[in-house]
Design a protein around this ligand. Sequence first.
Ligand code: RB5
Length: 150
Amino acid sequence: MKIALGADHGAFELKDSIKKHLDEKNIEYVDYGCFSKESVDYPKFAYLAASAVAKNECDFGIICCTTGLGVSMAANKVKGIRAAVCTNEMLAEMTRRHNNANVICMGQNVVTPELANKMVDIFLSTEFEGGRHQRRIDLITDIENGKELK
Ligand code: RB5
């Protein structure tokens, strides 16, 4: 499994602590930045990490900013990406089981590093349930492809 990591300056530290956690678990990752606390624009880093997932260069993305909100909006503009802002363990589980999310977004000012690590573990180990949920994912893909839903 390979993870795409991205963050802006507002979550540089959270990304670093998630990297340490992934290192401990021997999970491979690519860090798409940013690489300091200097102010940057979050859409670029969300785009770089999400694109790696969309191109199947990475299996999942973990993308963070101060709130998790901006990076999720940017990541969800990348075709094939289903990014979910998660603030608790239940959301991290359900967005895999029902939404087949391929990117988890978190906010450094919203979650503790400990909770972030727990959500990462749950997100990366929970399987998509398929079935009726696949039909709903297909409808999301239809919207993405400009199809009008009736
Ligand atoms: C940066 O100041 C902040 O706007 C960003 O980290 C993020 O929270 C945006 O949604």
